[in-house]
Design a protein around this ligand. Structure first.
Ligand SMILES: NC(=O)c1ccc[n+]([C@@H]2O[C@H](COP(=O)([O-])OP(=O)(O)OC[C@H]3O[C@@H](n4cnc5c(N)ncnc54)[C@H](O)[C@@H]3O)[C@@H](O)[C@H]2O)c1
Ligand SMILES: O=C(O)CC[C@@H](O)C(=O)O
Length: 525
């Protein structure tokens, strides 16, 4: 009989469901990492919220572990690559706490507008300071929503109900979806300049980290109020403190912090700041929903092998798996490549399957490709929900199959149409199972995609390779492999460089300033 450990505070519904399904269940909350490491080896499943850190060390000790179930959305407390490497499925419950978290953001906004926490403390202290507190009305004010996905769009809906105007910044929000939601799609600077309140609802990614810093705050209306119920690290806390001190920001309400649990923080003690201890998802209803979902999903996997809402595993039957596995890897890479280079909302994705692959069940392949494509843009995408998310976002996905491939025995070609342009890449399997990129935007370039790569568009002129090599060498970055492609001599060329060391921002800037370089991107696979 499988055994599950629940190591965070989950609704009792989870235990009930595991036990009803015949799964032995222990609940041990508040374990220190070494205490968890000492016992985790005895379990097949680990059910968590955000407190348990499922690190590489914990996973190394979890010798029997088959599944980690996160009752909630963010899996930033799980080392997913390490889990994947150990064959541990990581599941989440992507929608169960969205409404509750949106309601918390609205509650914080109202509390900020009327200074409710300070007025409450003052009244409890018997001060009756009626003249001290003067709020602002929400009706007619503009709410800027940064990140208009599941939670952001619910916040927008509720704010419209409060008769606010809503401006949304989300590069992946299509104009049609914005119109359906009744929000105005805007660029970040416009949102900053127009908003009376700003609320953040993006995942923490390389693009969103520090999205609200001193420069962004300076672009805001004087007296703006800021709410963060998404992730610590989106707002630079020191810059916010300075803006609160100067009066540029009138108030802030934070549920999430750069370091959690936040026992100390630069914002603590400021009268204009409302803080809650990561309570966004903490309602009875949301916790029941996520506990029930996670227990059902984990039980299904442990008892039947069915995979739902997995972050790191495709859901395929045991029979199809061996044939599809190398194509899964290829599709994940092709999607991941495109997801890292597109810069505006995606309208359409066309996947052409040619040659051998056209004979297979390509639905899971397209799903894993969409997962790869959408993952750099949002959290909580998995193979199962990627096609639904694409549909909800009005991304038209089509598959074309051709029995014959022109140059390769098997070929997958992906075209992504964005608001501004289309991009195409193609890949094949070499030696039957080794994924290889074979063309980018019709430029032939054969390359294995490795963990850290530079993708460079350059003018095909003498001296470029030497200058690039010197720039990388001077920074102590070793080139593992180098791939060049061009349509014809002297025209634009493509260069893919696999490197052994990390490439930082200043080095990227030096490379993009090199003569002949048109564009450079750092890609991670
Ligand atoms: N406080 C809490 O307890 C709590 C509870 C649930 C979720 N969350 C967090 O809230 C956040 C949002 O969750 P969700 O379910 O709405 O996620 P989601 O994936 O549905 O939506 C995220 C949105 O951010 C957009 N986005 C991505 N990169 C962007 C960028 N650079 N600029 C602007 N927008 C960008 C995406 O297009 C997407 O629409 C996540 O970080 C999640 O972990 C917090
Ligand atoms: O479980 C929690 O309390 C936090 C939930 C939230 O951060 C999430 O990502 O779902």
């Amino acid at each position: 009989m499988p055994k599950v450990l629940i190591s965070d505070s989950l609704s009792p519904r989870a235990v009930e469901i595991f036990r009803e399904r015949g799964i032995e269940t222990d609940v041990r909350t508040g374990l220190k990492p070494d205490e968890l490491a000492a016992i985790v080896g005895g379990y097949d499943g680990l059910a968590i919220r955000s407190a348990t850190k499922v690190t590489k060390d914990i996973l190394a000790a979890a010798t029997n572990l088959k599944v980690v179930g996160r009752a909630g959305i963010g899996v930033d407390n799980v080392d997913v690559p390490a889990a994947t490497a150990r064959g541990v499925v990581v599941m989440n419950t992507p929608f169960g706490n969205s409404i509750t978290t949106a309601e918390h953001a609205i509650a914080l906004m109202v509390a900020l507008a009327r200074d409710i926490p300070t007025a409450n403390a003052s009244t409890h202290a018997g001060k009756w300071e009626k003249n001290r507190f003067m709020g602002v009305e929400l009706t007619g004010k503009t709410l800027g929503v940064i990140g208009c996905g599941n939670i952001g769009s619910i916040v927008a809906d509720r704010a419209l109900g409060l008769k606010m105007k809503v401006v949304a910044f989300d590069p992946f929000l299509t104009p049609e979806r914005a119109a359906d939601l009744g929000v105005e799609k805007a660029d970040l600077d416009t949102l900053l300049a127009r908003s009376d309140f700003i609320t953040l609802h993006t995942p923490l990614t390389d693009q969103t980290r520090n999205i609200i810093d001193a420069a962004a705050l300076a672009k805001c209306k004087r007296g703006v109020r800021i709410i963060n119920c998404a992730r610590g690290g989106l707002v630079v806390e020191e810059d916010l403190k300075a803006a609160l001190d100067s009066g540029q920001v009138a108030g802030a309400a934070f549920d999430v912090f750069l370091v959690e649990p936040a026992k100390t923080n630069i914002l603590f003690g400021m009268e204009q700041v409302i803080c809650t201890p990561h309570l966004g998802a903490s309602t009875t209803e949301a916790q029941e929903k996520v506990a029930l979902q996670v227990a059902e999903q984990m039980a299904d996997y442990l008892l039947t092998g069915a995979i739902v809402n997995a972050i790191n595993m495709p859901s395929v039957s045991a029979e199809d798996a061996p044939k599809l596995t190398p194509y899964m890897a290829l599709c994940g890479q092709l999607g991941g490549f495109l997801g890292q280079v597109v810069r505006s909302s995606i309208r359409a994705v066309t996947v052409e399957y040619e040659g051998d692959v056209a004979d297979l069940n390509t639905r899971p392949l397209t799903a894993v490709l969409l997962k790869g494509l959408l993952t750099p843009l949002m959290e909580s995408v998995n193979m199962v929900n990627a096609p639904t998310i694409a549909r909800e976002r009005d991304i038209k996905v089509s598959e074309v199959k051709r029995g014959e491939a022109a140059d390769y025995h098997t070929l997958i070609k992906v075209t992504v149409q964005t608001e501004s342009r289309s991009r195409t890449i193609a890949g094949s399997l070499f030696g039957g199972d080794k994924p290889r990129l074979v063309a980018i935007d019709e430029v032939p370039v054969e390359a294995e995609l490795t963990p850290t790569m530079l993708y460079i568009r350059n003018e095909d002129k003498p001296g470029f390779i030497g200058r690039l090599g010197v720039a990388l060498g001077d920074a102590g970055v070793n080139i593992a492999s180098f791939h060049l492609g061009r349509v014809a001599p002297g025209v634009d060329a493509v260069c893919l460089v696999s490197v052994d060391q990390p490439v930082d921002g200043p080095l990227l800037e030096r490379i993009s300033a090199l003569p002949s370089v048109v564009r450079v991107e750092l890609l991670r696979f």
